[in-house]
Ligand binder design. Structure first.
Ligand SMILES: [Zn+2]
Ligand SMILES: [Zn+2]
Length: 249
């Protein structure tokens, strides 16, 4: 049966050649990936040392990494984010930036699975999420945007992470009640104004006193996830740890 399935896949791959979404080369290897190994390797993962709060990679040229586990960056010391921690898997540049663009704006929903495997590989390699959350939520799209795109990119990531970690995902509690501009286009203060009051919690009882992992696709300045963390904490959530696929560095 397995042999038959392998032959079937080979035939399908030959008839419908799978091509890399980035460089258009034929994907020869087994599996469901939508990008070739060459492009996959060009994705820059984010490693230590990091700001222990916002997860910003630190630029240090000498070996101080051991003593930097509790280091907090200047921005976090000044602004005191509401979220308890934020971590991202890779840099929002090059191949990954292009892929996220294809995912969201060309609406290639299946790329979500590639992103989930990237995130899970990172968690498996010791970049554990700590402390273990009770519940997973994600930064939702506004209803209008969801209708236009056909899927919520962060929901797909959150569902994959929840399945892997075996942690329940809540999909209908945090909602976006207001359409906003894409944060990437705006400056610092405009970003703040853009998302203020845009999110609401529908059922505070469900998230009271729990540790929550909040998933989003891209962390730019953290304004959006911080706004969500504020709404969640006012509703009684004990901890909000943020995990995003990518972040601008
Ligand atoms: Zn490629
Ligand atoms: Zn920081």
């Amino acid at each position: 049966m397995r042999a038959l399935r392998a032959i079937f896949r080979k035939v399908m791959d030959t008839v419908f050649l799978r091509r890399c979404k980035i460089c258009n080369s034929i994907i020869a290897e087994e599996g469901e990936r939508h990008i070739c190994m060459g492009c996959w390797r060009n994705i820059t993962l984010i490693g230590k040392p990091l700001c222990s709060c916002c997860g910003k990679p630190l630029q240090i040229s000498y070996d101080l990494s051991e003593g930097l586990n509790d280091y907090i960056c200047g921005t976090c010391r000044e602004k005191h984010p509401i979220f308890d921690s934020a971590r991202s898997i890779c840099r929002y540049d090059g191949v990954l930036k292009e892929l996220i663009h294809v995912y969201k704006y060309n609406r290639v929903k299946s790329l979500g699975n590639d992103f989930v495997s990237l995130i899970i590989d990172h968690i498996k390699s010791g970049n554990a999420i700590h402390p273990r959350p009770n519940i997973i939520m994600y930064v939702p799209l506004h209803r209008g945007k969801l209708k236009e795109r056909g899927f919520d990119q962060s929901y797909i990531l959150a569902r994959g992470i929840g399945n892997y970690l075996n942690i329940p995902l809540i999909t209908d509690n945090l909602s976006k009640s207001m359409e906003t501009e894409p944060q990437v286009k705006l400056s610092g203060n405009e970003r703040l104004r853009n998302v203020r009051g845009a999110f609401m919690v529908k059922k505070p009882d469900e998230i009271r006193k729990i540790n929550l992992l909040l998933i989003d696709d891209v962390f730019t300045t953290g304004t959006t996830v911080n706004e969500c963390a504020g709404v969640l904490k006012r509703a009684g959530t004990a901890r909000v740890d943020v995990l995003t696929l990518a972040r601008t560095v």
